[in-house]
Design a protein around this ligand. Structure first.
Ligand code: NAD
Length: 427
């Protein structure tokens, strides 16, 4: 399997060490976790609020701190958590990370902040649950997986399908050979996102640290679209829907096929449906080529009707039948027509509980969605976007972690970091 390799990025990024994706983490014996895990959530939008509720429900774990640079979101989170014990609040995540009473953090900010916050958290000695996609570009994922392996901390990725018991059983079923040779998987992401309209430049909301929200991204005046949730559709902050919902399906497809980085990527996409501020595609197709199989991704953000039995999901095609892994569970149809229901779909609560269990055991090797895997799935999303943007087939040299003979594509494997917002270095 092609993996993100420690040596590979040396050449591609001028001497910055990357990681072996294998979870050969050196265990940090000095940092034995407490029986009661004290958790903090950074970024309190819809997903951060779900994190706060989910972590608070895990026995032996307590949310003790929350952070958002939008004071209104901070207030809302305080109200929702309705805690009797103390809840520390922060508007600057760096101050939160200085708090030695905090063991673990969730990173549920927009994508362009995932790796910077996660690296800073590792540097501060915390275990990290980082939302998907863990990175805003390929290089960030490499650095994050490397830092996780070197520190020996638990870093769980927000690809919670990996904790769904039904999906785990479906992957076992694929491995058993019961579907024959599986030479193709199709990851489908289609849903009705709706248009976002056109938002004029304006002042940011009162009390918000908008410069920090922009962080490493170039300065751009505030608009209501370059802000909560709709940032997903701007390259400076988001990764489009391939990195938003598509990553869940791509991660399962890659897991089922048992593949890592592809040898080549072909893609096309654009804004074919909505006429609005979107920069990222509303329609996209990507083919990832491997020696023995193809992984296809298709995305339509303008339908919400089930096709092929489901809306979002993955279809694995073998010579004896197909396996569908969708929101409604995992189902096999054999060529002769026989059907078999394997189990249900993804499980966010189980992914959170698995993370807390690993933290208590101080053992990243038991993580269901380790960052080493998450970084590869995120890399596939980034490569799909790069191939779409440059409009050419990418030939990936996984050993060097570069696209052979394609300077324009290679520049998009990383980004320019605004002064004052460079990536933290994890010792
Ligand atoms: N795993 C899943 O199924 C799933 C589901 C939904 C969202 N997500 C992910 O969760 C993340 C958040 O999504 P959302 O819909 O809640 O987005 P959102 O924009 O609504 O919320 C993000 C919050 O982070 C805050 N923030 C931004 N920069 C910050 C910083 N430097 N420090 C502190 N706070 C900061 C913002 O003010 C905002 O309140 C996204 O990356 C998304 O992909 C994952």
């Amino acid at each position: 399997m092609n993996r993100l390799s420690r040596r590979s990025f040396l050449s591609a990024t001028g001497g910055i060490l990357a990681t072996s994706a294998a979870m050969s983490a050196s265990r940090d014996a000095s940092a034995a976790p407490s029986e009661r895990v004290r958790h903090a959530v950074i970024g309190l939008g819809g997903q951060g609020s779900s994190h706060a509720a989910a972590f608070n429900e895990v026995p032996g774990c307590e949310v003790v701190a929350v952070c958002d640079l939008d004071p209104a979101r901070l207030e809302r989170a305080k109200g929702k958590l309705n805690k009797t014990g103390e809840l520390k609040t922060f508007t600057d995540f760096r101050r939160l990370l200085e708090d030695t009473e905090i063991d673990t953090v969730s990173v549920a900010t927009p994508d362009h902040w995932h790796t910077p916050v996660a690296l800073a958290a590792l540097a501060a000695g915390k275990h990290v649950y980082v939302e998907k996609p863990c990175s805003h570009n390929v290089r960030e994922g490499v650095l994050l997986a490397d830092a996780a392996a070197r520190t020996g901390k638990c870093v769980q990725h927000g690809t919670q399908s990996r904790s769904g018991v039904g999906i785990q059983e479906a992957i076992q079923f694929l491995r058993s050979g019961a579907l024959g040779k599986v030479r193709m998987a199709k990851a489908i992401n289609h849903q009705l996102r709706g248009p976002i309209g056109r938002a004029p430049e304006s002042d940011p909301p009162e009390g918000v640290d908008y410069d920090r929200w922009l962080g490493p991204a170039p300065v751009h005046r505030f608009t209501a679209n370059r802000w909560h949730y709709n940032w997903h559709w701007f390259w400076d902050y988001g990764t489009g829907d391939i990195g938003n919902d598509g990553i869940h399906q791509i991660d399962v497809a890659r897991w089922g096929l048992g593949v890592g980085l592809p040898k080549a990527v072909i893609a096309a996409g654009g804004q074919l449906f909505y006429d609005d501020d979107h920069e990222t595609p509303d329609t996209q197709v990507v083919t990832y080529e491997y020696d023995e199989c193809y992984l296809l991704f298709e995305m339509r953000l303008w339908t919400d009707y089930p096709l092929e039995g489901h809306d979002n999901g993955v279809v694995f095609y073998g010579d004896k039948g197909k396996l569908e892994v969708g929101r409604h569970g995992c189902d096999v149809t054999f060529i002769e027509g026989e059907k078999k229901h394997i189990g249900e779909g993804s499980d966010f609560g189980a992914n959170v509980r698995n993370f807390v269990d690993c933290v208590k055991a101080n053992d990243p090797s038991k993580l269901n969605a380790p960052i080493a895997e998450g970084a590869i799935s995120a890399a596939l999303c980034h490569l799909g976007n790069i191939a779409t943007r440059v409009g050419r087939r990418l030939h990936l040299d996984a050993a060097k972690m570069e696209c052979t003979g394609d300077d324009e594509a290679n520049r998009l494997l990383t980004r320019e970091y605004r002064a004052g917002y460079e990536l933290p270095v994890v010792p």
